[in-house]
Structures are given as C-alpha cells and as structure tokens.
Write a protein that binds this ligand. Structure first.
Ligand SMILES: [Zn+2]
Length: 88
C-alpha cells in the first residue's frame, strides 16, 4: 500500500501531490500584508461610501494597491484578519 498525500496551498488552493516542500515553498512565495494600516486618503469619490482603492503595506516592503469592486455581506465563519490585533 502506498501513501498518497496532496498538499494544498492555504492562500490560493493550488494542489501539490506528494510534494510538501514544493507546496511550502510555493505558499511562502505569496507576499502577505504587513499589517492592515490602510492608506485610503484621496481615494473616496463623492458618490461612493467606499474608497475607490486602498494601499496595503506588504511584508517585503512594497505597497499593494487594491481597487474597489463590490460590497459583500460579512463572512461570519472566516478566520480573523491578519493584524487585526495591533502588533508592532
Ligand atoms: Zn498558492
């Protein structure tokens, strides 16, 4: 009998059959937000309650910019947001 395992990236769901190290390397390649200190100054529009874009500092020293798409109901069973408690 052979043991067969599929490792799954927790960030994007890509599967790595029998490749723990490859999955780990891949998963660590996703850059995480450094914290949730968001920069939204100047991104609000007069006809919208939400910022048109936000900038998020990332762990590698860059800032990622995300553009508003749509509003969704809050997910009650999701894991807590990274950095929701103030660290630093
Ligand atoms: Zn991934």
């Amino acid at each position: 009998m052979r043991d067969y395992r599929v490792y799954v990236c927790e960030k994007c769901g890509q599967e790595f059959p029998n490749d723990h190290d490859g999955c780990e390397e891949h998963e660590n390649g996703h850059i995480r937000p450094d914290n949730y200190a968001l920069w939204d100054n100047g991104s609000y529009q007069p006809d919208s309650r939400y910022p048109a874009f936000i900038r998020i500092p990332m762990a590698d020293g860059t800032e990622a910019m995300y553009q508003y798409d749509s509003s969704l109901p809050a997910q009650k069973n999701s894991s807590p947001a990274i950095g929701s408690s103030q660290e630093s």
